[in-house]
Design a protein. Structure first.
Length: 330
């Protein structure tokens, strides 16, 4: 596994990897897949993929590993489109541009992370995966449960109604945009790699994003407050191009898939849960205890219910919201 902080070596190689697929297993040269994420090297998403790369190298005797581009190749939209074009092999991030995944970021769409995982194992998850794969000529390896999406604000609020009229940076994700609009905020899509300067310059009054990457990029330096109750669930998609996937043998594909599934529990979800309190503590250390806004969120599930029902039924099919709520977490 290699961390790369430059653009060198990003282009080319897809045809060569495809040609390698015909070689016997013992004659195959080592394949280093180019992996990209918009966050920094120490975000949960990227420490997970560093661990995944190391595990794959060990299980395949060095035949499979990743070159990791962490926060150096632009925003998530750029990265996933680069994967589709063949200049990147594996993409990890929130953005997909598909409504089937985008609506899942609406607050309280899922009861919790376990419920989200269970729903992704149903026909709802299959439909979302198919839409993503068809759009980007790729395969979804899985969904990484990163933790919570949170509101970060330059000025404090006493309730979510106080968001009315405030310009809040939103990712280009429908569930986030519709939720902010519901509470009267002005959703302002800005790529993740431009958020810090947008906050610093006053282009926006706050940001909605995953908590862990926000701490890693030190948004607390330019945005004093963070709202403690979740405002959505961060579900990173790990997507590999079909060219890269088909360059592997069936045995290697099985190793990659099962290793991702195993590590997602320990190195993504459990690490994300453990990291949350540390991330809030970092915000408080930078800005004081009053930087943490612990609003009463008891009514949010009911408030967002009609919005989430509409999004689910419009995107998947009539009755989808009922199906989602009937799923029991394992």
């Amino acid at each position: 596994m290699t961390f790369n902080i430059s653009r060198r070596g990003l282009m080319g190689g897809a045809a060569a990897m495809a040609a390698m697929g015909s070689l016997p297993m013992r004659a195959r040269a080592a394949t280093v897949f180019r992996y990209g994420n918009a966050g920094g090297p120490q975000t949960v998403s990227n420490t997970f993929n560093a661990a995944l790369s190391e595990a794959l190298a060990e299980k395949t005797d060095g035949e499979i590993s990743f070159e990791i581009f962490a926060g150096t190749l632009g925003g998530e939209k750029d990265l996933i489109e680069s994967m589709a074009l063949g200049s990147l092999d594996i993409y990890n991030g929130a953005y997909t541009g598909t409504p089937e995944f985008d609506i899942l970021y609406s607050p309280y769409f899922f009861r919790d992370a376990q419920h989200a995982k269970a729903v992704m194992s149903t026909e709802i998850g299959d439909m979302a995966s198919k839409a993503l794969s068809e759009r980007y000529d790729s395969k979804l390896l899985g969904v990484g449960r990163l933790g919570s999406y949170n509101l970060m604000l330059k000025d404090p609020i006493e309730s979510l109604e106080d968001l009315k009229g405030r310009k809040i940076r939103a990712p280009q994700i429908k569930g986030c945009i519709e939720a902010l609009d519901f509470f009267g905020a002005i959703p302002t899509p800005i790529p993740f790699n431009e958020v810090y300067l947008s906050l610093q310059s006053g282009i926006v009054d706050g940001v909605l994003t995953a908590l862990n990457p926000a701490v890693q990029f030190k948004f607390y330096e330019v945005c004093k407050h963070v709202v403690v109750p979740d405002f959505g669930l961060a579900l990173d998609k790990e997507v590999i191009s079909n060219a890269a996937w088909n360059s592997m043998t069936p045995e290697q594909q099985e190793i990659m898939q099962t290793t991702f599934d195993e590590l997602e529990v320990t190195d993504y979800y459990e690490v994300g849960v453990a990291q949350k309190d540390k991330d809030f503590a970092a915000w408080a250390e930078a800005n004081g205890d009053d930087a943490l806004i612990d609003l009463d969120a008891s009514g949010l599930v009911e408030q967002m219910g009609p919005v989430n029902e509409r999004l689910a039924n419009e995107t998947f099919d009539e009755g989808a919201w009922e199906t989602i709520n009937a799923v029991e977490a394992s």
